[in-house]
Each structure stands twice: as structure tokens, then as C-alpha cells.
Design a protein around this ligand. Structure first.
Ligand code: CMP
Length: 138
């Protein structure tokens, strides 16, 4: 069993489809063991995405991620990182497989509804960026 970190992004909270996304998560044997709805500050979003700070889309990304509430989550299950990446689908919804969250719900490469960690190591870092151990309950 392992964990991954997830964000349901502003395009999804604005369209009131967080439950639909959580159903896909749970239908694929991932358990939501922590979850909170928050408004990201510019500083918190910039820190989270610091790896992208030199990318041309960085400023737009921060603007978008702070444009409304997000749901941050810890997901638990067998191969959680890989399972969640598979059910999210490709970053660009045009390339995402049928049935994936991004194919179903993403609006474009930026407003792509969800984020998921890309490795077990990053999952730990990202979980710790948003959650105290006491908030994660199995
Ligand atoms: P995410 O998986 O959260 O990681 C970085 C985010 O930047 C990505 O999802 C998108 O929301 C956003 N983004 C915007 N443009 C691009 C791009 N050209 N390539 C990758 N990510 C992008």
C-alpha cells in the first residue's frame, strides 16, 4: 500500500464536479484518507509549483491555481501514484485516454481538473506541503 497527493483544481471546484471526480477515485480502489477545500495563496502556489518556475506557462498557472478553491487530498491504495496517474490521463486532455478524469472533465492543458504526484518521493514531499500527520486518518 502507498500514498499519493492529489489536487482537484479550480476549474473543477467552480463546475461543482468534485464529487464526480471523487467517485472515479474511489471506483478505482483508492481511498481518500485526507481531504480539505482551501484557497491557495500566490506564495503557496508558487512554492508548490517551484519546479516549473522557469516555464513559459508558470505565471498563468499560478493565476489559474489561485483563481478559486482547490481540494487537496491524500489517496491511499496499492500503487497509488501509478493508479492515480492512469485514471487522471495525460496532462493535455486531447491526448488523454477515454474514461480518464482529464478526458471526461479537463477544459484544456492548463485547466486540466486534477494534479497527481509523479513519484513516491514527490508524493511524500507534496503531502507534507499541505498536511500534518494528524490530519491523515486511515
Ligand atoms: P500539473 O500536473 O498540475 O503540473 C503542472 C501544471 O501546469 C499542469 O498540470 C497544468 O495545469 C499546467 N500547464 C499549463 N500549460 C502546460 C504545459 N504546456 N505543459 C504542462 N503543464 C502545463
Amino acid at each position: 500500500m502507498s500514498r499519493t497527493f492529489s489536487i482537484i483544481k479550480p476549474d473543477a471546484t467552480k463546475r461543482n464536479i468534485t464529487g464526480a471526480i471523487n467517485k472515479i477515485i474511489e471506483d478505482n480502489n483508492l481511498m481518500i484518507i485526507a481531504q480539505k477545500r482551501i484557497q491557495l495563496s500566490k506564495e503557496k502556489a508558487e512554492g508548490f509549483y517551484s519546479i516549473h518556475k522557469n516555464k513559459p506557462f508558470f505565471n498563468d498557472l499560478i493565476q489559474y491555481m489561485t483563481s478559486g478553491p482547490v481540494i487537496v487530498q491524500v489517496l491511499h491504495g496499492e500503487n497509488a501514484v501509478q493508479v492515480y496517474r492512469k485514471i487522471m490521463g495525460a496532462t493535455n486532455p486531447e491526448n488523454a485516454e477515454n474514461g480518464t478524469i482529464r478526458k471526461l472533465y479537463a477544459l484544456n492543458i492548463q485547466e486540466n481538473s486534477v494534479h497527481g504526484s509523479d513519484s513516491d518521493e514527490n508524493a511524500i514531499t507534496e503531502i507534507n506541503y499541505f498536511f500534518d500527520d494528524s490530519e491523515i486518518i486511515i
